[in-house]
Design a binder for this molecule. Structure first.
Ligand code: COA
Length: 332
């Protein structure tokens, strides 16, 4: 067996402002009861104006660097995953690099929405396995609240999403059989319009017009039912693919960390997989759906709570816009 990749440090950061379901009741025709029943969410965090995904990424990165016990100058590659970058271009990888004050190094941006963390983890894993890089910072962060409509028209989306960032440091594992065992990535672009943000688009000439703003094409749109149906099908499939690849069964799994899209989705995924719900990490009640950041936030919380022990089998799975879905099988 060659080099394997280990997560040696984790961190997360959410902006201080907590927005409860009751706060949202004041802005739109919704209720705490509806939101909790349909999604399990009770509150989420929102940034103040002027804060970007790179700011959340920076804070989460510092914590992960600290947890790994490395000097930030040792980082030899950065991967950043977000669907809500500070700017149309460049991506936030280079901005995080500059904020951290790290000398020029490669900075790659991954755009796979809710599956972004696992896609990025897969890329990082290949670099470590090949020996190309030795200390990779992988950070995922989202500012969703700036592009949601807090009114009756936007209520289906506005109540579900939150802001936050999570980061991990990846290094070659010292022990054999330890670390990321495998990653499994999938997509089906026939579903692009089921969960997407149509504009701004260079296909509109010019890209920015009042008509586009008036049509609200710049707001994220979702076919909630279809996303739900596909999510509860595809995440178990990705987990089964990963377990089968490694000759493992669901009984071998100690912790399942699903992307926190909706608590009902997580519970249904658990039921389909036949894994006891106590093994499923669920924190959407306090964060909402933080897209690419949801898995590293949940991983960091679980680790810091002391729930993950050396030798445990940790399985990550995600589903989101694209559609894309993925899994990662990790021996801690
Ligand atoms: N508050 C109150 N009512 C709302 C609402 C809100 N925030 N948002 C939508 N509604 C209303 C709709 O207008 C609709 O009303 P109508 O039946 O009068 O037209 C009704 O609630 C929809 O109810 P229903 O279809 O039963 O909702 P649901 O059980 O399908 O739940 C979602 C809706 C969005 C929570 C659910 O489909 C879902 O979680 N989908 C996946 C979302 C997701 O995970 N996205 C990210 C993937 S990475």
């Amino acid at each position: 067996m060659g080099i394997q990749t280990k997560i040696t440090g984790t961190g997360h950061y959410v902006p201080p402002r907590v927005v409860t379901n009751f706060d949202l009741e004041k802005l739109m025709d919704t209720s705490d009861e509806w939101i909790r029943q349909r999604s399990g969410i009770q509150s989420r965090h929102h940034v103040e104006p002027g804060t970007g995904a790179s700011d959340l990424a920076y804070e989460a990165s510092l914590k992960a660097i600290n947890a790994a016990g490395i000097d930030k100058g040792e980082i030899d590659f950065i991967i950043a995953a977000t669907l809500s970058p500070d700017h149309y271009f460049p991506g936030i990888g280079v901005i995080v690099q500059a904020k951290l004050g790290i000398n020029p190094t490669g900075a790659l941006d991954v755009r796979n929405q809710c599956s972004g963390f696992i896609y990025a983890l897969s890329v990082a894993d290949q670099y470590i396995r090949s020996g190309m890089y030795k200390k990779i910072l992988l950070v995922a962060a989202e500012v969703q609240s700036s592009n949601l409509e807090f009114s009756d028209d936007g209520r289906d989306m506005a109540v579900l999403f939150g802001d936050g960032g999570g980061a991990v440091i990846l290094e070659p594992a010292e022990g054999q059989g330890q670390g990321i065992l495998s990653t499994h990535l999938f997509s089906d672009g026939n579903f692009v319009q089921e969960l997407w943000m149509d504009a701004p688009s260079p296909m509109d000439k010019p890209t920015f017009t009042h008509a586009i703003i008036d049509s609200k094409r710049y707001l994220p749109k979702m076919n909630g039912r279809n996303v739900f149906v596909n999510a509860v099908q595809r995440m178990p499939e990705a987990v089964w693919a990963g377990l089968e690849h490694n000759g493992l069964s669901i009984d071998d799994v100690d912790h399942l960390i699903p992307h926190q899209a909706n608590d009902r989705i997580s519970l249904m995924v658990a039921k389909k997989l036949g894994i006891p719900v106590e093994k499923v990490i669920r924190n959407i009640d306090r964060f909402g759906n933080t897209t690419a950041a949801s898995i590293p936030i949940a991983l960091d919380e679980t680790l810091r709570a002391g729930r993950i022990k050396e030798g445990d089998l940790v399985v990550l799975t995600a589903f989101g816009s694209g559609f894309t879905w993925a899994s990662a099988i990790i021996r801690w």
